[in-house]
Design a protein around this ligand. Sequence first.
Ligand SMILES: [Zn+2]
Length: 75
Amino acid sequence: MAVAHKGAISFGLVHIPVNLYVAAERTGITFNQLHKECMGRIRYKKSCPTCNLDEVSKDDVVKGYEYEKNKYIVI
Ligand SMILES: [Zn+2]
């Protein structure tokens, strides 16, 4: 996947501006915390039900935007 560092990230049919993160903070769009190994949703306890991990290390948590049900773009 070719990634343009300025402008936009192309992800399949979805075209998301790089400044989405900033825009989201203004508009109140929320991001999900995801386990970077499997893209499982992180709960408040930072556990991952997909991997059956009780606690996911902070380093393994990424921020994702859900552009479609259960499909995420990592920010
Ligand atoms: Zn996981």
